[in-house]
Design a protein around this ligand. Sequence first.
Ligand code: CA
Length: 230
Amino acid sequence: MKPLILVVEDEAPLVEMLRYNLEKAGHRTRVAQDGVAALEQIDLEQPDLIVLDWMLPRLSGIEVCRRLRADPFHQKLPIIMLTARGEEEDRVRGLEGGADDYIVKPFSPSELIARIRSVLRRSGAGLPDERLQYRDIIMDLATHKVKRGARAIHLGPTEFRLLHVLMKRPGRVLSRGQLLDLAWGRDKYLDERTVDVHVRRLRKALNNDGQIDVIRTVRGAGYALDAEKT
Ligand code: CA
């Protein structure tokens, strides 16, 4: 899968330029126009790298960076900070805040692409995650095989996608709407009860040996991959 880059920038022409060049270089992109929207988007769909502007409405780039570094789910998410200010002091603050690299505006698209490649290489992100594991469940994405312990689990394509979405975000509660967006695609209109039907099938396939249920139903909120039920 192509690396997913989240561009967090409030200047529309720059966003367009970045998007165009990133997609031309073989990346997928998402855009957030302020710091709060960036954190929401990251929770919904973890990118492989963030291009994060320093000056943003609602929450500054440096604050977004600090919050991500303090969050165990996103601690290692690669971040390249953008700034119009080239002062050494800001550079140091950016790197202390946890950014992996730093680029000063104005910059050329090819310079940014080169930096992105190098940060992705160093982080090992951007490589397809071929194998996901949660407790005794292993998902092999290259062969589309799922195992629980020694037992092979046979899933339909929808249950496979649903499990993939959950395995990428262990512990997180996802609403039925989010699950529909992520596992079925944003453009499909489906009843949210569809999610319940497929979660039931997925549970049945995963637990048919009487193993512990790893899917937690959160009343009024949705579902989470979480075996530690409280
Ligand atoms: Ca800005």
